[in-house]
Write a protein that binds this ligand. Structure first.
Ligand code: NDP
Length: 333
């Protein structure tokens, strides 16, 4: 039963020395516990925050501790009334091949509804983040121009499609031509900007959003966010979902540079956490699953094969290696 533990806290960018591969026993499930074999492991940007020794919404990991992740797995043995061997479940387990966990912490996944891996992506936590962040926090109206950064990622790709369905003009920022082509050709974005190759971010946005920006769904922060703030419309809404461009920073820049625009434009900026919407998870999950099933929502997954390659997959998030949801495939069903 291979596991990854936090070997040391990274300064700046994490690397392979951040992780320690440990051999552990396959645990015996206790009363009410379920032994789960990991099929897919999710690597997520917020895990960078858990490597830091600082108060945040997710508890920091201690050095030497096993790391935790979203896992889709198969029940091997169950002492919990709700689960039987062979069931597919999703939960917050360990970066491990096997884990024993209280059945109350697991949710059943119906393999007939959608491929089970989607319970970590479009129909899982990232999909729900897009759903609540866009529809509840930002509140798009038909005719609005919606801009999303990190647009070809797990969250961003769903945000753009939901905005399209809401009757908005949708503009995405992403880091490669493969990604921008996917957004415009397959996902129905009206425009997409490769922020790594474009000459001038502001000019490109002005061209892509000629009527200004009514809603900004921010996954990345930094330069892109400054650019969008400069082109907000009156009464614009900004939903701050993530700031991945800052997660490895050792020295944060002094102050956002474009807050003056918020005064002039009477714009509002709101940070949110998907976890706060937990009472409505079922609503989001069932709608997302239906939209995947009827073709409204398309999705991509970048699947890294092999448990041992989980650190590589995690590190790739900061290089933009993933199109859509980054997963690690650990075992077959
Ligand atoms: P993604 O699938 O979007 O993967 C991360 C992507 O971020 C990369 O593919 C890369 O794409 C982009 N990126 C990496 N570094 C930079 C950079 N310096 N500047 C600009 N873009 C960068 O991840 P998720 O969809 O899982 O998460 C997206 C964001 O949402 C993250 O910030 C995450 O922390 C946040 N989040 C927040 C939640 C909440 O409750 N508030 C819940 C879930 C996620 P590219 O090639 O375009 O650069």
């Amino acid at each position: 039963n291979r596991q990854y533990h936090l070997a040391k806290r990274p300064t700046g960018e994490p690397d392979h020395d951040t992780f320690e591969l440990v051999e552990a026993e396959v645990p015996e499930p206790g009363p009410n516990e379920v032994l789960v074999k990991t099929l897919y492991l999710s690597v997520d940007p917020y895990m960078r925050g858990r490597m830091r020794d600082a108060e945040s919404y997710a508890e920091p990991w201690d050095v030497g501790d096993p790391m935790r992740a979203g896992v889709v797995g198969e029940v091997v043995e169950s002492n919990h009334a709700d689960f039987d061997a062979g069931d597919v479940v999703v939960g917050n387990l360990l970066w491990a091949e096997y884990a024993a966990v209280d059945g109350g912490e697991l949710t059943a996944v119906d393999p007939d509804v959608a491929p089970v891996s989607t319970a970590l992506g479009v129909v899982g936590m990232p999909g729900r983040t897009a759903y609540f962040g866009l529809l509840d926090v930002a509140g798009p109206k038909p005719g609005d121009t919606v801009v999303v950064s990190g647009a070809a990622g797990a969250v961003g790709s769903v945000v753009g499609q939901l905005a399209r369905e809401a009757g908005c003009r949708v503009v995405g920022f992403a880091g490669s031509d493969t990604k921008t082509e996917w957004l415009t050709q397959d996902l129905g974005f009206d425009a997409a900007i490769n922020y790594k190759t474009v000459d001038d971010l502001g000019d490109a946005l002005a061209e892509a959003a000629p009527n200004g920006v009514d809603v900004y769904f921010d996954n990345v922060g930094g330069e892109i966010t400054d650019t969008v703030f400069g082109q907000l419309n009156v009464d614009a809404r900004v939903a701050v979902c993530g700031q991945i461009s800052q997660y490895n920073a050792t020295d944060l820049p002094t102050g956002p540079r474009k807050l003056g625009t918020l005064i002039e434009k009477r714009a509002s900026v709101e940070g949110f956490l998907v976890a706060d919407f937990a009472p409505r998870f079922e609503e989001a999950t069932s709608r997302l699953a239906r939209w995947v099933d009827d073709g409204t929502l398309q999705y991509r997954e970048t699947v890294t094969e092999g448990f041992e390659n989980a650190p590589e997959a995690f590190l790739g998030l900061f290089e933009g290696e993933n199109v859509g949801k980054q997963l690690v495939k650990v075992a077959e069903r």
